[in-house]
Design a protein around this ligand. Structure first.
Ligand code: ADE
Length: 234
């Protein structure tokens, strides 16, 4: 096993789809061990309560720290006063923005734990406590708000697992993608050469590899300037 990924959630069923996707293939290949844990298994009252009202007042509910502590210590395989291995990823709209660079970084780890919060968030002490015992990353997948960390975790897990060494059948294809060189990918075409009156750019049929490479580079820069000028600032 190259990477072990744990997901802690009150909605384990969200992650059933991982079995049928590319990630299922990484699991079959033995590169990835992915385990989903139900936070409610650590809540022992009659209603298996994992949330409560916020101190100081305000709308919504806050996830209680105790079930998180019990579950994360178990998953991380470390007692409450011990350091832990790997990275604890907490998806939150108030985190650093996820990127291909962070995906590459996380793909180098042996263990990742995704802690999916719901409601208005998790008691701050959970992050503060684990940050004192190991590496914790608060990560947003973009400037919009989801109902919880599940969909965000799924997006990050897909971005990370496809970068695990040995996962991609053709690793060269990774190098030509959008964001790998800081630019958006150039337009791509396949047969037929004429479709609904639209031609494939003639340079791509020329057999001139140098000219093709130059055209693609030009298109990448032009596309990036139009759609994502922020990427060209650096
Ligand atoms: N949880 C809710 N919204 C989120 C976002 N944009 N990114 C990560 N986690 C979230």
């Amino acid at each position: 096993i190259r990477v072990r990924i744990h997901i802690v959630t009150i909605f384990p069923a969200f992650f059933d789809v991982l079995d049928v996707s590319l990630i299922g293939k990484a699991r079959e290949k033995g590169l990835l061990d992915l385990r989903v844990h139900d936070l409610r298994d650590a809540a022992h009252d009659r209603h298996r309560t994992v949330d409560d009202t916020p101190y100081g007042g305000g709308a919504g509910m806050v996830m209680k720290p105790e079930p998180w502590g019990v579950t994360l210590d178990d998953v991380l395989g470390a007692a409450a006063d011990e350091p832990f291995e790997g990275v604890l990823v907490v998806p939150t709209p108030s985190g650093e923005v996820f990127s291909q660079a962070l995906a590459r970084e996380l793909a180098q780890e042996r263990q990742l734990v995704f802690a999916c919060g719901r409601y208005e968030g998790i008691d701050q002490r959970v992050v503060d406590h684990y940050a004192s015992r190991g590496r914790v990353r608060l990560v947003s997948i973009g400037d919009y708000v989801l109902n919880g960390g599940e969909v965000a975790s799924m997006a990050m897990i897909e971005a990370v697992t496809r970068l695990i060494p040995g996962f991609m059948g053709n690793p060269e294809s990774l190098l030509e993608e959008s964001h790998e060189d800081g630019l958006l990918e150039y337009p791509i075409y396949t047969k037929p050469a004429l479709w609904r009156g639209l031609e494939v750019p003639p340079v791509l049929l020329s057999g001139n590899h140098g000219a093709v490479a130059a055209w693609r580079r030009e298109q990448s820069i032009e596309r990036t300037r139009e759609r994502r000028p922020d990427l060209l600032d650096g």
